[in-house]
Design a protein around this ligand. Sequence first.
Ligand code: PGA
Length: 245
Amino acid sequence: MTYIVANWKLHGSQDFVKNYSEILGACLNTAPKEKNITTIICPPFPFLERVALAGVIHGFSAGAQDCSAYESGAHTGDVSASMIKEIGAGYVIIGHSECRQKNPNEHQYISQKILQVQKAGLTPILCVGESLDVHNTGNADSFVLDQLEKALKNYIDLKNILVAYEPIWAIGTGKTATLQDIVYMHRAIKSAPLLKNLNIPILYGGSVKPDNTSEILTLDTVQGVLVGGASLKAETFNFIVKAAF
Ligand code: PGA
């Protein structure tokens, strides 16, 4: 199985969803079945239901970019995992570095959010990754393993999760991690005490583009990619999807 995930961040419109879905759908129609490609589109909340409905026709899944740490209650502005499930999405990105940066206390909520996602019957896409400062200290692996440990400590169904390694210094910078960096961190994640022997799919994210996707996907530690900027044009994203064919 190869996962190709588009994170639209704060982009999109109703027309955009329609055009994008048709162009992506035409590409997915030609995907070799034996390649088992799962394409997941993560739009802003107002378009999630539309993306989920379009996905049924065009062969992709929908995912949210975040969710509430709570099931219900006095949490103005929140969207719960069960609401996301109800409108037909299958995945939720949790712990994206942009969410962690916006809310310095985000790390305290990540394990709770993952639990909510699991309770709703959805699959979390847990993002982990170090800053450039941490990277330069040479301790990126222990930093990322600590993020994982904290995120997963209460998580029961450890089999139903995707982990995305997204070094912060590679996100939106055009500076993709080297293949050695990716393999090194993916091996560290795979051998984390909580994940050992579970064969969790691990994705890479950070300046993934049409011209570097193939080499990233040939790494045997990589089961997919999480794409931000290069997912915003359906034609460009199609090249990334085709790299998995
Ligand atoms: P990018 O973003 O592909 O624009 O680097 C990736 C992400 O933030 O998930």
